[in-house]
Design a protein around this ligand. Structure first.
Ligand SMILES: NC(=O)c1ccc[n+]([C@@H]2O[C@H](COP(=O)([O-])OP(=O)(O)OC[C@H]3O[C@@H](n4cnc5c(N)ncnc54)[C@H](O)[C@@H]3O)[C@@H](O)[C@H]2O)c1
Length: 284
């Protein structure tokens, strides 16, 4: 998208952290902003803040893990602003723990919010963006945990890798049309995600004490300002940038992953079973 002024954006998880950072950046650029969030009070505060700055903003209560709720939010967006051009699938939560030991309700919660939430968002909003022919952009928030597999984060990593591949697939599918596609892979950002269990729905066992909460909060506190990430997302939409990384010092983790993958091919080159197969084929 080359011109975003007057265009409409819908942002999930817009009441806090990076979602609110995106809303601030979009509002400052003259966009109309619809915030979707599961937490009503912070949502109301965020909308009031944006309106106080003179931006056109509205909010809708949404649980991204609930398909009907996401489709209702899409309807509310059209009712409020008539059209939608930009989707930011950003709401997310984290759970830690070894994959094989993580409670099933933790697995379900993180998959429902971080993965199904993104899928519902795409299905509800992309047809609406395509319907007016003015073009638009779809951005989903994954993580560096969607690029490299950090230990004790199996369930979270699984959802974020899935989000990366969905967005990479869409990049291919929309290469020749006017829908831009990006995936945001933040490093550490100073948000409220360490207290993500505040939003844990009753059906997953309700609010829990997060493990290592204080350590997480301390680490996050030293992270990047989420408003900077919001500005990065706006810049990426305007420039059609597919990958949005927030911490250049983390490039080394991606390099190390590629080295490990490449070493897998070195092993395959010398593996007995493939050598045997090559010999058999050469002999026929
Ligand atoms: N903070 C980091 O260091 C970091 C790093 C990498 C990726 N991320 C990702 O960034 C995204 C935004 O998180 P954040 O760090 O800004 O955290 P945050 O907790 O400050 O904001 C997340 C927002 O999502 C909302 N939310 C949670 N569950 C929801 C649901 N079911 N339906 C609708 N809204 C819901 C919360 O109420 C909150 O407003 C997440 O997808 C997260 O996984 C964060």
């Amino acid at each position: 998208m080359q011109d975003v002024k007057g265009k409409v954006a819908f942002i999930t998880g817009g009441a806090s952290g990076m979602g609110l950072g995106m809303a601030r950046a979009f509002g400052a650029a003259g966009m109309k902003v619809m915030l979707g969030d599961i937490e009503q009070e912070p949502l109301d505060r965020a909308v009031a803040e944006l309106r106080g700055k003179g931006y056109e903003a509205a909010g809708v209560h949404v649980d991204v893990a609930d398909r009907d709720s996401v489709f209702a939010a899409a309807e509310a967006t059209i009712k409020a602003f008539g059209k939608v051009h930009v989707l930011c699938n950003n709401a997310g939560i984290g759970v830690s723990g070894k994959s094989e030991k993580c409670a099933m309700e933790n697995w379900r919660w993180v998959v429902d919010v971080n993965l199904w939430g993104v899928i519902y968002g795409l299905q509800a909003f992309v047809p609406l963006i395509e319907s007016h022919g003015e073009g638009g952009h779809v951005m989903s928030t994954a993580s560096m945990a969607g690029m490299v597999s950090f230990r004790y984060m199996g369930p979270y990593n699984a959802t974020k890798f899935a989000v990366v591949t969905i967005m990479e697939t869409m990049m291919e599918e929309h290469r020749d049309d006017n829908l831009g596609v990006s995936v945001l892979c933040p490093g550490v950002v100073a948000t409220n995600i360490a207290s993500g269990t505040r939003n844990r729905q009753d059906r997953y066992g309700g609010m829990r004490e997060a493990r290592d909460l204080e350590a997480n909060e301390e680490m996050l506190g030293k992270g990047l300002d989420p408003d900077i990430v919001g500005e990065q997302v706006l810049e990426a939409i305007l420039e059609g940038q597919p990958y949005i990384f927030t911490d250049p010092s983390m490039r080394k983790y991606i390099d190390k992953r590629f080295q490990r993958l490449s070493a897998g091919y070195d092993w395959a080159d010398n593996c007995q079973a493939l050598k045997k197969d090559r010999r058999a084929k050469a002999a026929t």
